[in-house]
Every structure is written in structure tokens, then in C-alpha cells.
Design a protein around this ligand. Structure first.
Ligand SMILES: NC(=O)C1=CN([C@@H]2O[C@H](COP(=O)(O)OP(=O)(O)OC[C@H]3O[C@@H](n4cnc5c(N)ncnc54)[C@H](OP(=O)(O)O)[C@@H]3O)[C@@H](O)[C@H]2O)C=CC1
Ligand SMILES: O=C/C=C/c1ccc(O)c(O)c1
Ligand SMILES: [Zn+2]
Ligand SMILES: [Zn+2]
Length: 368
């Protein structure tokens, strides 16, 4: 028998077995701790709409059993001998990506999320041939490059949504030169990603308009999140009155939707940044972009550098995510509520505080 580090570890996670997306306890092994590996005991894991897309096979590439979860905060419990970035006892985060080639142009430019050999934190295969499994589990083993330190001043459960939702809005604002104070931004879809969009954009000094599918979130958007204006997308008069007013729109809608009503809101040179994962073609007529030199673009999470940056940005600006903490036994109800747009604004699973081995009937119920 070798030391603990030389052995595979048995882990219990909650896995989907098929496209119903229903999660239930699943026991599997994770690799022996490699030289550059960090073993993370999961404390909290946020629930992103991508977890629904993946668990329910919306993109047609899901493999089962699948343990979702990519907004992971945990404690380092073991490190490989060549780990320099992290120590046992550190509180750290893991996001959407756990591997890349390190040789291609994106990797060399430290935008490894755009590496064509990226390895996803779940629903993928690691370099050793094992399936990757995500953060709705007791433990993850992750290469140190893809582990970020959670700075002091951020509660671990608050930090979890920053690892996907937070960096996903921060990265395009930075990359497209949209950080200057005074810009007028639109946040389309006020969910997990969208609410971080409002908070981050407000902290940058922008005038922020929420564009929502209903009036239900108006008061909280304005009063709690600090938005400056609120548009209901089906209100034709209000949409017309807001034409030609925005420098950018961060589009977080997770389903097919028309583009033209939102392109109309952009000023000359305005940018529509697509973040939602939509497996059907979107459409617009070319004058909608030509007659205003407008740009439709997209963005995918953020780099590890940007992840560290957004965490520090939130500390510096006093930002937190707005979350509902639940136990693992509630995860299926949480996924259903997320899908029917009934969460303010991110569920975070208290993994360490749950009995992950128990079937949901025994642990059913939300937790404070
Ligand atoms: N590009 C990237 O790197 C990333 C992409 N994503 C993707 O972004 C999208 C949003 O993720 P997330 O914020 O977690 O999702 P949420 O479900 O939390 O938020 C989506 C919001 O979109 C609006 N919406 C409009 N129509 C619908 C509909 N039919 N069903 C549900 N919501 C609707 C709702 O806002 P309202 O009530 O205001 O209308 C809802 O709150 C997903 O597709 C996700 O996969 C997520 C993270 C990273
Ligand atoms: O939530 C994070 C991941 C987003 C994502 C973006 C694009 C894509 O094709 C995915 O499968 C996931
Ligand atoms: Zn996500
Ligand atoms: Zn690469």
C-alpha cells in the first residue's frame, strides 16, 4: 500500500444518468494526486443554467453518468509535490475549465478558455482517459493552473457564483473596452449571470438598463441591485422609446429569441454580446447591424487571470452575489425552479453541509 496520495479516492457526487437531468447519488473514483494536482474538499457549488443544458442534453453531447457543477468553492486538503500556487487549508475555487494544451495561441496569450483542447470540468474526458466530474460532489482533483485562491473578504458561498457568472460578465466588458465609467449598458435576462452583470456594470460606473421578459423583477432590480432603468421586452412603446440608447447589451437569455428588438436599442458602434448557450440559429436582417455599425459577438467565461481579477474586483467594490443556499437533497427542486425562472438569483448548494450519500427523499428540503 502506498500513501494516501498514491491512491485513487472514492467520491460521492450527484449525477444525472440520462436526459431527464435528474440527479442522484453516484459513487466513483478520482485520480491519484498528480505532481501538480490540488485535492479540493468541496464546500459550496453554484447552480448555473449550463448545468441544466448539460444534464438535459440540450446540446446533444452529454455523457452519463454526469456530475454537474462548475462554480465550486472548497478547501485544499492535499497537494501534489510540485504544487506552488496553493497550500493545504487554502479556500479555493474551480470553474468551467480544468485543462488546456498550454501550447496554442490562446493558451500562450493566457486566454486558455479559448483553447480548442480545453477540458471541461464535467462531461469531458481528462488526459488519463477518465471522465471529468464536477462540483456537486465531496471532492475534486484539479490541476493547480485551474484552481484560484478565494481572496479574504469573500464568503465562500458568495464567491461560488463569481467563478462562472461573475467572470462571464467581467471578461467581455474588459475585453471589448467597456469598462469606462458613464457607459450605458443593457443586461438582457435577469438571472444568475444577468444579476452579476448589473452589479459588475454598476460598480464600473455604468448606467444600467435591465431588459426582462416580465415586470416581476422590476422593484428588486431597481431597489436591490441598483439598476437605473427597467424595460419589459414585450412593451413595444417602452422599447421604442429606448431605441438607440445603449453602448452594449449583455444577452444572457438561455433560449432562442429574436435579435432585432435588442439591436434596435444599441447606439452607433454598440455591441451585443451573446452569452446564452442556444443550439438553434439566431437571425436578423443585415441593415439592423449595418445602419449603425453594430457588432454582434459572443464571449465564453473568462481566463484564470480574469477569474482572479473579478474576485478581487468584487472584494474591492464590496460586491457579493445574491444567492439562495440549499442542501444537496434539494438540488433537483432547485434545478426545476431555475428552469422555470424562479430563483433570486443563484442557487448555491451547501455541499459540505449536506449528506451527499443520502437519497433525496431523506434530505429533501431547502436549507437556510
Ligand atoms: N457564455 C458563457 O461563458 C456562459 C454562458 N452561460 C449561459 O448563459 C445563459 C444564462 O445562464 P444563467 O444566468 O445561469 O441562467 P438563468 O436561468 O439564471 O437566467 C436566465 C434569464 O434569462 C431570462 N429568460 C428569458 N426567457 C427565458 C426562458 N424561456 N427560460 C429561462 N430564462 C429565460 C430570465 O430573465 P428575465 O426574467 O429577466 O426575463 C432568466 O432569469 C445559459 O444559457 C447559460 O448556459 C452561463 C455561464 C457562462
Ligand atoms: O456556464 C458555463 C459554460 C458555458 C458554455 C458556453 C458554451 C458552450 O458550448 C457550453 O457547452 C457551455
Ligand atoms: Zn456556468
Ligand atoms: Zn491551448
Amino acid at each position: 500500500m502506498g500513501s494516501l496520495a498514491q491512491q485513487e479516492k472514492t467520491v460521492v457526487g450527484w449525477a444525472a444518468r440520462d436526459a431527464s437531468g435528474h440527479l442522484s447519488p453516484y459513487t466513483y473514483t478520482v485520480r491519484k494526486t498528480g505532481p501538480e494536482d490540488v485535492v479540493v474538499k468541496v464546500m459550496y457549488c453554484g447552480i448555473c443554467h449550463t448545468d441544466i443544458h448539460q444534464a438535459k442534453n440540450h446540446l446533444g453531447a452529454s455523457k452519463y453518468p454526469m456530475v454537474p457543477g462548475h462554480e465550486v468553492v472548497g478547501e485544499v486538503v492535499e497537494v501534489g509535490p510540485e504544487v506552488t500556487k496553493h497550500s493545504v487549508g487554502d479556500v479555493v475555487g474551480v470553474g468551467v475549465i480544468v485543462g488546456c494544451c498550454r501550447e496554442c495561441r490562446p493558451c500562450k496569450a493566457n486566454v486558455e478558455q479559448y483553447c480548442n483542447k480545453r477540458i471541461w470540468s464535467y462531461n469531458d474526458v481528462y488526459t488519463d482517459g477518465r471522465p471529468t466530474q464536477g462540483g456537486f460532489a465531496s471532492t475534486m482533483v484539479v490541476d493547480q493552473k485551474f484552481v484560484v485562491k478565494i481572496p479574504a473578504g469573500l464568503a465562500p458561498e458568495q464567491a461560488a457564483p463569481l467563478l462562472c457568472a461573475g467572470v462571464t460578465v467581467y471578461s467581455p466588458l474588459k475585453h471589448f473596452g467597456l469598462m469606462a465609467p458613464g457607459l450605458r449598458g443593457g443586461i438582457l435576462g435577469l438571472g444568475g449571470v444577468g444579476h452579476m452583470g448589473v452589479k459588475v456594470a454598476k460598480a464600473m460606473g455604468h448606467h444600467v438598463t435591465v431588459i426582462s421578459s416580465s415586470n416581476k423583477k422590476r422593484a428588486e432590480a431597481m431597489d436591490d441591485l441598483g439598476a437605473d432603468a427597467y424595460l419589459v421586452s414585450s412593451d413595444g412603446d417602452a422599447m421604442a422609446a429606448a431605441a438607440d440608447s445603449l453602448d452594449y447589451i449583455i444577452d444572457t437569455v438561455p433560449v432562442h429569441h429574436p435579435m432585432e428588438p435588442y439591436l434596435s436599442l444599441l447606439k452607433l458602434d454598440g455591441k451585443l454580446v451573446l452569452l446564452g448557450v442556444i443550439g438553434e440559429p439566431l437571425s436578423f436582417v443585415s441593415p439592423m447591424v449595418m445602419l449603425g455599425r453594430k457588432a454582434i459577438t459572443g464571449s465564453f467565461i473568462g481566463s484564470m487571470d480574469e477569474t482572479a481579477e473579478v474576485l478581487q474586483f468584487c472584494v474591492d467594490k464590496g460586491l457579493t452575489s445574491q444567492i439562495e443556499v440549499v442542501k444537496m437533497g434539494y438540488v433537483n427542486q432547485a434545478l426545476e425552479r431555475l428552469e422555470r425562472n424562479d430563483v433570486r438569483y443563484r442557487f448555491v448548494v451547501d455541499v459540505a453541509g449536506s449528506n451527499v450519500e443520502a437519497a433525496e427523499a431523506e434530505t429533501n428540503g431547502a436549507a437556510a
